[in-house]
Design a protein. Structure first.
Lengths: 147, 88
């Protein structure tokens, strides 16, 4: 992993201040972040919590690859901080924190958007919602297979 | 005999007792054939119509990468079966 990346799966509450601290760089004037949180509804159902499940070794590897690709696309000096939560979260809980920094804002916005979209489509992470009536369901996602 | 341990995730976990399904292959197979063998085994065990669709939309992988269906399993291995993902 590049020394300019920090990627992790954590089962403790995510401290977003650490992300802001990690991506500081005197040569960078643009910092962008994406913070994902648990909302109280999905497809018309009232959600009370989400259980996140990750295949950790592959998820970490995927995060590293996504950051490396982002660095090639948006700037070699890119600094990335990506932490995803694993476990149960109530409404408002932080499920993912992404911080990036680059010399200029345009590339920083693009890199941050690229990283979250790639994570959503490629990272082996799943979520099971629990609803107000006590029922649960796995959220439909993006297939990794191409057969 | 080639023993394959398949770790199940997400919606697939309900088709395993402890998150793992074991298959014994008589000869090397590609992952597409392993997939078919897994569907047959779980159909016989659970009689659940969702099994085939769910497994066919899932990818095999290991700790390092997602694997294509033409990858050959020649020796005993630990794999993961990854249903559609939704991180973030």
């Amino acid at each position: 992993m590049s020394e300019r990346d920090y990627v992790a799966i954590e089962s403790q509450p995510i401290d977003i201040s650490k992300g802001f601290e990690f991506i500081q760089d005197d040569a960078h004037g643009g910092i962008c972040s994406f913070i994902g949180t648990v909302r109280n509804h999905n497809f018309g159902r009232e959600v009370v919590s989400i259980d996140y499940e990750a295949y950790e070794p592959l998820a970490i590897n995927t995060f590293k690859n996504i950051c490396a690709t982002a660095r090639k696309r948006f700037g070699e000096s890119l600094k990335c901080y990506v932490v995803h939560y694993n476990g149960k979260l109530g409404i408002g809980g932080v499920s993912i924190a992404i911080f990036v920094s680059l010399p200029h804002r345009s590339e920083a916005f693009d890199a941050c958007r690229y990283i979250i979209e790639e994570i959503k489509h490629k990272s082996p992470i799943w979520k099971k919602e629990t609803y107000t009536d006590g029922e649960t369901d796995w959220v439909k996602g993006h297939a990794l297979c191409q057969h | 005999m080639i023993k394959v341990e398949i770790q199940m995730f997400g919606a697939l976990k309900k088709f395993s007792e402890d998150g793992v399904v074991e298959l014994e292959l008589k000869e090397p197979m590609n992952l597409g054939e392993v997939r078919t063998a897994l569907i047959t085994k779980l159909n016989n065990q659970f009689h659940d119509e969702s099994i085939k669709t769910l497994i066919n939309t899932s990818a095999f992988g290991n700790e390092n990468e997602v694997l294509e269906d033409d990858a050959i399993i020649k020796a005993s291995a630990q794999l993961a079966l990854l249903p559609p993902v939704c991180g973030g």
